[in-house]
Ligand binder design. Structure first.
Ligand code: NAD
Length: 360
């Protein structure tokens, strides 16, 4: 059929590379950048995304256009759709799955808790089931989150630190995902790598994240709310630029060992790995605002409030020595350099007529 031809064409790899990758959440922020990078180097790439309306659908459509121009086809569908996944795995012998589809964001759980269960738990299990039954079994690289460190107060966070105090439902579903992934590795020999991303930002980023809506509100002259921790200290984030995260994802994909299972049975020791992908230099949110003011040449109207208990943690800070050693991960972009690229994209994107009416 026409659909099968599009799928096969998109997933066809160039002769230089041995990978055929299914990217879930391909119309998302990280998924778009990862898909483009994979395609650029010659991997076969097929996207899957349900195009949900959690944020500006215009932005997802624009990302999809970028992808299609690069030759990446995005199937519109949900990771909970078992028959669809089976069909995709039947048509394409994927060597890898880059699983980035999720309900992201911490605060939205207070409005729609079930979307976290649907995508991050039920959908993840459904995808693992499809991978388990596929022939060949693909190696899986999956986005966990720095939020699993929760209320842990030991910094910097390293992979062996405690993750038993989630501060949000989002964090709880990511933590559950790690346990679920581990069990699939153990039982079925699936090769799984969990990447704990730390506050990723950059062009085509997510409108629900602070750096993005601060930019929008500062430009509009609207007041922004900056939270301080209740003990007075500043809230800080280990902001990580998208290009660095993409390199970490590709490093994880390239070092992933093959799954060892077949026919639903485990054969030998397939790997289960967990890595932090951060920047190792946390920046207070007040400084984020100062950098944006400088880049936008507009003074922000700030309201300072104590941090509400809405799921956010006071600070994040990654120890990345494990990813440094095993994935060759070397983040190079500091916050000001990265924000400069974001602001340049933002001004271009939202000044072009078609995107002005973004509903975010
Ligand atoms: P995003 O929301 O931009 O991308 C996720 C994409 O998945 C969206 O396009 C959405 O439409 C799609 N999706 C959601 N549920 C789906 C489902 N059930 N079936 C099919 N598609 C579905 O988010 P992002 O920032 O690109 O995040 C990518 C991954 O990285 C997510 O797993 C997220 O939890 C994780 N992560 C992101 C950050 C960050 O700072 N951006 C930090 C830590 C972890």
């Amino acid at each position: 059929s026409h659909w099968e031809r599009l799928v096969s064409k998109s997933a066809r790899r160039s002769s230089t590379s041995g990978h055929t990758v299914l990217v879930t959440g391909a119309a998302g922020f990280v998924g778009t950048h990862v898909s483009l990078a994979l395609k650029r180097r010659g991997d076969g790439v097929l996207g899957l995304d349900n195009f949900n309306r959690y944020y500006d659908p215009n932005l997802k459509r624009a990302r999809r256009k970028l992808l299609e121009r690069a030759g990446v086809f995005v199937v519109e569908g949900d990771i909970n759709d078992g028959p669809l996944l089976k069909k995709l795995f039947d048509v394409v012998p994927f060597t890898h799955v880059m699983h980035l589809a999720a309900q992201a964001g911490v605060r939205y759980a207070m409005q729609n808790p079930n979307s976290y269960v649907h995508s991050n738990i039920a959908g993840f299990v459904n995808l693992l089931e499809a991978c388990k039954s596929a022939n060949p079994q693909p190696a899986i690289v999956w986005a966990s989150s720095s939020s699993v460190y929760g209320l842990n107060s030991k910094v910097p966070f390293s992979e062996k630190d405690r993750t038993d105090q989630p501060a949000s439902l989002y964090a709880a579903t990511k933590k559950a995902g790690e346990e679920i992934a581990h069990s699939y590795n153990h039982i079925y020999g699936l090769s799984i790598t969990a990447l704990r991303f730390f506050t990723v930002y950059g062009p085509y980023g997510r409108p629900d994240m602070a750096y993005f809506f601060f930019t929008k509100d500062i430009l509009k002259g609207k007041q922004i709310t900056v939270f301080e921790s209740p003990d007075g200290g500043s809230v800080a984030r280990d902001f990580t630029y998208i290009d660095d995260i993409v390199k970490g994802c590709l490093g994880a994909l390239d070092t992933a060992k093959k799954s060892t299972g077949s026919g639903g049975k485990k054969k030998s020791n397939a790997q289960f790995r967990v890595f932090n992908l951060g920047n190792t230099s946390p920046v207070p949110v007040s400084e984020l605002v100062a950098i944006l003011e400088k880049l936008l040449k507009v003074k922000a109207k700030k309201k300072i409030l104590p941090m509400p208990r809405n799921g956010d943690v006071k600070f994040t800070h990654a120890n990345i020595s494990l990813a440094y050693r095993d994935l060759g991960y070397r983040p190079t972009i500091d916050l000001e350099t990265g924000l400069k690229k974001f602001v340049k994209w933002y001004l271009e994107f939202y000044s072009s007529g078609s995107n002005k009416k973004g509903s975010w």
